[in-house]
Write a protein that binds this ligand. Structure first.
Ligand code: SAM
Length: 231
């Protein structure tokens, strides 16, 4: 299967393994991953965030309940919400999540946004688990036609060492442990370049107190809700 499908399948498998109830996808784009996750039975709250309202709006109707789902009494509660906003900004709507995913997002962030991001996701939202994927630049030599970056919109592409040192630093700062994996295996003989897409799985190693969450909930909202479906 194409690489993007392997990334979505990777997240879906993690959801099936850990059964999170509240899942948010950052930089959700056209909501393709959210659409796939809507069929995971553990999920009761699903949220998407993207800076671009237009991109999200293209296919967000696919997140609405189907006519048959309105007719049949729902077998579980599910609320799907889409927010327009930047992942460099703290918003209380994403507090208390079990899993936050960022698939091919960080390489699109400007320097200042990337610098602010760890404090937002790990310091403020502090999900139980976070999944961050980004291209592995070492794989580029195996991709025909790739000169500097895989996409013109990428602000950077990191080697394994660069991604791992960024991730370990963020994890260490905010009380997380991180493990590295990926999707897109290199061909035989080129194993040392690693996966085409590198993935960090971050797990929080402390319990958040109710007081902390309550306090964080009081900061003002900056995201704009652009879609909400209640099943
Ligand atoms: N995650 C999706 C996927 O894997 O198919 C889409 C990835 S797309 C390559 C990157 C997305 O990040 C775009 O939809 C873009 O609008 C969004 N984005 C870029 N900067 C952002 C920011 N500061 N805050 C939130 N989203 C951002």
């Amino acid at each position: 299967p194409p690489l993007y499908k392997q990334r979505y399948q990777f997240v879906k498998s993690l959801v099936e393994k850990y059964k999170p109830k509240k899942v948010a996808d950052l930089g959700c784009g056209e909501c393709s991953l959210l659409w796939k996750l809507k069929f995971c039975s553990s999920i009761e709250v699903l949220a998407g965030v993207d800076i671009s309202e237009d991109v999200m709006k293209e296919k967000m109707h696919t997140l609405s309940p189907l006519p048959c789902e309105y007719l049949q009494p729902s077998w579980r509660p599910l609320v799907v919400t889409l927010y327009q906003g930047s992942v460099a900004q703290k918003d209380p709507n994403l507090l208390g999540f079990d899993m936050i995913t960022c698939i091919e997002l960080i390489e699109h962030l400007e320097t200042e946004e990337l610098a602010a991001f760890p404090d937002v996701i790990f310091g403020f939202w502090a999900p139980v688990m976070a999944v961050i994927s980004t291209p592995n630049s070492e794989f580029n030599s195996l991709l025909p036609g790739v000169k500097l970056f895989r996409h013109l919109d990428h602000k950077f592409e990191w080697s394994k060492e660069e991604f791992e040192s960024w991730a370990l630093k963020a994890a260490g700062c905010y009380g997380y442990t991180v493990e590295f994996t990926g999707v897109g295996k290199p061909p035989p003989g080129a194993e040392s370049v690693g996966f085409c897409t590198q993935i960090g799985i971050f797990v929080r190693n402390y319990m958040e107190t109710a007081e902390t969450v309550k306090y964080k909930m009081t900061i003002s909202h900056v995201y704009k809700t652009i879609f909400k479906a209640v099943y």
